[in-house]
Design a protein around this ligand. Structure first.
Ligand code: AMP
Ligand code: MN
Ligand code: MN
Ligand code: MN
Length: 288
């Protein structure tokens, strides 16, 4: 079968960041739902990739290394996915280590803000959901706020807490766009703009994001993703073509309970796009 017809899922999260399934459970689920090519893309963390790679091998899945890097751009946070890099490369490892180091102090500052509005022990509460002590995220706080009855679900949490202007929001200086793309390129990977429709950027800022990303050596953008509404696929298919970027795709799966889109459930890409794995044929493990 030509590579174009791969059922690819190149964006999801395990217990090494803010997902609730282990890499082994994700590989089993991906295989069971018909995935051919899989990448695990934990936030700012690649420690789950060894388990993921072994599980992909035993499930008969084609595999790419992956990561989702937190980037500060134009007063917001954007996510840059890296695919197919050498996970042992020190530049990438050190860059991600620096980002993870910000998360402990940030979490304590988030908890202090929640305490000030009457929500006690949020740090300890969030920690109960954390699978990797280096990677405490807003998702873990969101799970605690649901469990403790403050909000009915995580969507409500991200309307009333943990976002700009609401209790529990602590602004961060994550990586710059240039740094994130450079770490990925130096480690022989392909950089991808994750779920571009999710950012509250002005048209000028969005143009600056795409053109700077290209200038720094970025090569792809997510078009069909569980983090986009279906009407956004065509919008970003056109953006991909106008900037000469390849298309990546993935569920952004975090949890059977929380995720709207499961493995294997996304439609095919709009026609005329270059699939990102065409840039990565020599990086795919376990290709038949
Ligand atoms: P952090 O990297 O700690 O800022 O956490 C970011 C994570 O929070 C994202 O990857 C999502 O998993 C989750 N998140 C952020 N905003 C929302 C939202 N509006 N709805 C649901 N989950 C969200
Ligand atoms: Mn997440
Ligand atoms: Mn993301
Ligand atoms: Mn994600």
């Amino acid at each position: 079968m030509p590579l174009n017809y791969l059922n690819a899922d190149l964006h999801c999260h395990s217990t090494f960041s803010d997902g609730t399934l282990t890499p082994v459970q994700l590989a089993e689920r991906a295989k069971g739902k018909g995935t051919d090519l899989w990448a695990l893309t934990d936030h700012d963390e690649i420690a789950g990739l060894a388990q993921a790679q072994a599980a992909a091998h035993s499930q008969g899945l084609q595999f790419l290394t992956g990561v989702e890097i937190s980037v500060s751009f134009a007063s917001t946070t954007v996510h840059i996915v890296g695919l197919g890099f050498d996970a042992h490369h020190p530049v990438l490892q050190q860059g991600l280590h620096g980002l993870r180091n910000q998360r402990g102090p940030r979490a304590k500052a988030m908890a202090a803000q929640l305490e000030a509005v009457g929500i006690a022990n949020a740090y300890e509460g969030a920690l109960r959901y954390v699978g990797n002590p280096d990677l405490i995220s807003r998702t873990h706080f969101a799970r605690f706020l649901v469990e403790s009855g403050v909000c009915k679900d995580t969507y409500e949490v991200f309307r009333h807490y943990l976002v700009e202007g609401k209790p529990g929001y602590v602004p961060q200086r994550w990586a710059s766009l240039k740094e994130a793309v450079q770490w990925i390129r130096e480690s022989q990977g392909v950089a991808v703009i994750a779920h571009p429709a999710r950012y509250n950027l002005s048209p000028n800022e969005e143009h600056a994001l795409f053109s700077s990303f290209k200038d720094y050596g970025g090569q792809a953008v997510e078009v069909v993703t569980g983090s986009h509404a279906p009407h956004e696929y065509a919008v970003y298919a056109a953006v991909a073509k106008s900037f000469g970027l390849a298309a990546s795709r993935g569920s952004d799966f975090h949890s059977p309970q929380e995720s709207r889109v499961d493995f294997g459930a996304l439609p095919a890409d709009p026609s005329g796009l270059k699939p990102v794995w065409d840039l990565l044929t020599d990086r795919i493990l376990y290709a038949p």
